[in-house]
Design a binder for this molecule. Structure first.
Ligand SMILES: [Zn+2]
Length: 413
């Protein structure tokens, strides 16, 4: 227990459920320490292009409060008025949190796994604005991280942040513009949001010496809770919001891919879509993902918005991740959806043949968020996540197999 007065703690505990709090929708790198760490055997052929992908990286609110440069703590939720309450809730659930939390400590066991796998590029959905703006939008939940904490992304060697999500404009257009400026100054590529529609729609282009280019599009959808008026226009900052998941939208994405894709490029479509909870994959998501692979030239569909991992499909040698789950979050003190174990997260490492873009290997590493750090899960937790993933993947024609004692590999026909 912390210094939180007991009465206050009880009050917090009583309302700290997803249902009570949400009401709102949540509906070339610096070499860093990883490169110089102990070398273990590679997990994919050296010629392969290995991506690191994950779901929501929510370094705002409670996480931001624990980092070295916390924002002003005021928030505007129905039951909570201080972002620091999320630190206290997490501590009440799992024990004391180191404060300040070091930028690299946040990533915990993920760093060891990055050293082992050596991904060529690291792409995340950054589920927060990075700003000191006070222009909070009346949507119930507002995530922000102080710009001085952006080092938590650079120390992790993140290359590209997908931004077309339902939190990047939580602190208004000024908050988005500061987010873009902060990430650019930190040499992080972005896609999916911009000061106008042209910038929001422009893909991030990542050059990988000897392995071609990775081109990242980031698309948002209203099904993930993005307000429709967050769409960027010629005059208004915003996100790249897809109008729907129709065949016409597939054709529109196909035209955009054709404008930029060259032979040897790998195209990632990062999409924030669907509800936070549940394993069901809506038929329109599936047909849209198939269209992206079949006709739009997309090589990797990187879907997110679900708070837990969903099934993975491989179509024509192209991986489709329907929901990557959370990765970094301050949710560990919340209850109400415990059966989904959103604290159990996955690192996704698809390895592609750079010539053809086809998937050659796909490693998945389970971790757990605990006391605001990523740690290795227990054997029981590993088994639960593995079984859950196997069950959901079987519906999509894939399976998982345990490798290296602490990781999984996807198998596909
Ligand atoms: Zn979201």
């Amino acid at each position: 227990m912390t210094d939180l007065p007991r009465r206050r703690f009880l009050k917090l505990s009583a309302i700290a459920t997803w249902q009570a709090l949400a009401g709102a929708a949540c509906a070339s790198r610096p070499p860093s320490a990883e490169a110089s760490g102990p070398r273990e055997r590679r997990v994919a052929p050296a010629s392969a292009l290995t991506l690191f992908l994950c779901g929501d990286v929510m370094t705002g609110r409670g996480i931001d409060q624990a980092l070295p440069h916390p924002s002003a703590p005021g928030i505007h939720e129905r039951h909570l008025r201080s972002a620091a309450d999320y630190v206290r809730l997490a501590e009440a659930a799992n024990g004391p949190i180191q404060r300040p939390l070091g930028f690299s400590d946040l990533w915990g066991a993920a760093r060891e796994e990055w050293r082992r796998v050596e991904p060529d590029v690291r792409i995340v959905n950054l589920e927060t604005s990075v700003t000191t703006s006070e222009d909070w939008q009346p949507k119930g939940i507002n995530y922000r991280m102080h710009p001085a904490n952006v080092a938590c992304l650079t120390v992790a060697g993140i290359d590209c942040c997908a931004l077309a999500n339902n939190h990047v404009l939580d602190w208004g257009p000024a908050g988005l513009l500061e987010t873009l400026d902060t990430l650019r100054a930190a040499k992080l590529a972005t896609a999916g949001a911009g000061r106008d529609a042209a910038q929001a729609r422009a893909p991030a282009i990542l050059e990988l010496p000897g392995k071609g280019r990775v081109i990242v599009f980031s698309f948002g959808t209203t099904s993930s809770g993005i307000p429709s008026d967050w769409a960027a226009t010629a005059e208004r900052p915003g996100v790249d919001l897809l109008p729907d998941l129709s065949e016409a939208t597939v054709r529109s994405v196909a035209r955009r891919v054709r404008e930029v894709k060259r032979v040897g490029d790998v195209v990632v479509a990062s999409i924030h879509w669907g509800a936070n909870w549940g394993y069901r994959i809506p038929p329109e998501q599936r047909s849209f993902a198939h269209g992206l692979v079949d006709t739009a030239g997309v090589d990797v569909v990187h879907g997110h918005s679900s708070h837990h991992a969903k099934g993975i499909e491989v179509r024509r040698g192209r991986p489709i991740l329907y929901g990557c789950g959370d990765f970094i979050s301050d949710y560990e003190g919340l209850s109400g959806n415990d059966e989904y174990r959103d604290d159990l997260v996955l690192m996704y490492f698809p390895s592609l043949d750079p010539g053809s873009g086809r998937l050659v290997r796909f490693r998945l590493t389970p971790l757990r968020m605990r006391r605001f750090q990523l740690v290795r899960p227990s054997q029981k937790e590993f088994g639960w996540l593995s079984d859950t993933l196997a069950r959901e993947c079987a519906k999509l024609g894939t399976s998982v197999e345990r490798v290296d004692d602490d990781a999984l590999e996807l198998r596909w026909a």
